[in-house]
Design a protein around this ligand. Structure first.
Ligand SMILES: Nc1ncnc2c1ncn2[C@@H]1O[C@H](COP(=O)(O)OP(=O)(O)OP(=O)(O)O)[C@@H](O)[C@H]1O
Ligand code: SF4
Ligand SMILES: [Mg+2]
Length: 336
C-alpha cells in the first residue's frame, strides 16, 4: 500500500501575549492508503492541534511553527487557499470534536448536506437529493430524516449525519477527532464499527483521535500514543496491546479493563502532564514515570526510534547508547 499522508517534524501551537504553547512537538508519522490509524492520549496532549494543524485549519492564536505535511506527495503547507478548498472534502475531510453541534438548528438536514456538497464541487448538481439519500443510507439513517431539523434527531443520529457529510465527496482520508465522545459507550462502539465497515467498502484511510485507548485496540491497524505534544509510541494495534513498551502506554493500558480474561483493578496515572508553555528538559513523562532513570531521563530527551519492525518508542529504557554508557560506568567503577 502506498503512503497517503506523510508528516515530518511537525510543530504547532498557540502564540499568546503571555507565552507560546508548544502543543505539538516534532511529530512525524506516515499514513498508508486504507490504513486505520488511531491516535490516543490524555486531554490537552495536542491531538486536536495536530488534526487542525496538518489540515491547515488551525485558527489564530494557533500557528504552525515548522515541519512538512505531504498528501499524495503534494506539499499541504504551501498550497494556496483555493487549492486547499478543493483538496478538503475531495482528498480529505475532517469530523471535529463535538461536531454534531455544528449542524445549523434552523436548517433541514438535506439542505445542510446539499450546501456541504455544492460548496466543494458541482459534480452532483442535478442529483443532490439522490446523493443525500445515498449518504444517509450509508450511515444507517432513513431517508425520511432528510426533511428533519437537527433537534428531531438523537445525538447518535446527528453524529451520523456529520459523518455522512464527511463522506460526501468520497475522500481518500477522513480525520475524526473524538467524533463519538459525547455519546454513550455502546453507541460509540457501534458507530466506530460502522465507520470501519465504510472504510473497508470504500477504501479510504482514517485517522481516529480519542482519549479512550480501549476504543482503538480492536479496530485500528496502527496506534500512536501522544503525550505532551509528542508521539511517544507507535505500533501495530495488536503489538501495542500485547507488548506496550513506553511506561505511559502501560499506564493507559492499566486505565481500562482487559478485553479478555479476569477483571482487574484499574489504576490511573498519578500526576499531571507538563506545562506546554515551558521548555521541557529531558523526557516529558519524567515527573510521572515510575521507571525513570535519574540523571538521564531528566537531562536528555528520548527520541522516537524503531525498536523492532514497525514498533517505535521514545524512552531511554530502550536506548542502546544509554545502556552502553551504564555498562561503561559500571565497568569503570569495578574494583575486582
Ligand atoms: N486556543 C488556544 N489557546 C491557547 N492554548 C490552547 C488553545 N487551544 C488549545 N490550547 C492548548 O494546547 C494544548 C493542546 O490542546 P489540544 O486541544 O490540542 O489537546 P487535545 O489532546 O485535543 O485535548 P482534548 O482531549 O481535551 O480534546 C493544551 O495545553 C491546550 O491548553
Ligand atoms: S525516558 Fe525515562 S522518564 Fe521517560 S518514559 Fe522512559 S524511563 Fe520514563
Ligand atoms: Mg481535542
Amino acid at each position: 500500500m502506498g503512503i497517503l499522508l506523510k508528516v515530518e517534524k511537525f510543530n504547532a501551537g498557540y502564540t499568546l501575549k503571555s507565552a507560546t504553547v508548544h502543543a505539538v512537538r516534532d511529530v512525524s508519522f506516515e499514513l498508508k492508503e486504507k490504513e486505520f490509524l488511531g491516535i490516543a492520549g490524555e486531554s490537552g496532549c495536542g491531538k486536536s492541534t495536530l488534526a487542525f494543524g496538518i489540515t491547515r485549519m488551525l485558527q489564530p492564536p494557533g500557528r504552525i511553527f515548522s515541519g512538512k505535511v505531504e498528501f499524495e506527495g503534494k506539499d499541504l503547507l504551501s498550497m494556496s487557499e483555493e487549492e486547499l478548498r478543493k483538496a478538503r472534502w475531495k482528498d480529505f475531510s475532517i469530523v471535529f470534536q463535538a461536531s454534531m453541534n455544528v449542524l445549523n438548528p434552523v436548517m433541514k438536514v438535506k439542505d445542510q448536506i446539499f450546501d456541504a456538497i455544492t460548496y466543494h464541487t458541482d459534480e452532483y448538481n442535478g442529483r443532490l437529493e439522490e446523493r443525500a439519500k445515498e449518504l444517509l443510507s450509508l450511515v444507517n439513517i432513513s431517508e425520511k430524516y432528510l426533511n428533519a431539523y437537527p433537534h428531531q434527531l438523537s445525538g447518535g443520529m446527528k453524529q451520523r449525519v456529520v459523518i455522512a457529510m464527511a463522506l460526501a465527496l468520497n475522500p481518500k482520508m477522513i480525520i475524526m477527532d473524538e467524533p463519538t465522545t459525547a455519546l454513550d459507550v455502546v453507541v460509540q462502539k457501534k458507530i466506530l464499527q460502522e465507520i470501519d465497515e465504510l472504510r473497508r467498502k470504500f477504501g479510504f484511510s482514517i485517522i481516529f483521535i480519542t482519549h479512550d485507548l480501549s476504543l482503538l485496540v480492536e479496530i485500528s491497524d496502527t496506534i500512536a500514543i501522544m503525550y505532551a505534544g509528542e508521539i511517544v509510541e507507535k505500533a501495530p494495534s495488536k503489538t501495542l496491546y500485547k507488548q506496550p513498551l513506553h511506561p505511559y502506554t502501560h499506564g493507559l493500558m492499566n486505565s481500562f479493563p482487559p478485553l479478555v480474561g479476569q477483571r482487574q483493578r484499574l489504576h490511573g496515572i498519578a500526576g499531571h502532564p507538563p506545562d506546554l508553555s515551558r521548555e521541557i528538559k529531558g523526557c516529558p513523562f519524567y515527573e510521572r514515570c515510575t521507571k525513570r532513570i535519574e540523571g538521564v531521563c531528566d537531562r536528555k530527551a528520548p527520541k522516537l526510534v524503531e525498536i523492532e519492525p514497525y514498533h517505535e518508542v521514545a524512552c531511554h529504557l530502550y536506548d542502546k547508547e544509554i545502556e552502553r554508557d551504564k555498562v561503561g560506568e559500571r565497568d569503570a567503577n569495578r574494583t575486582d
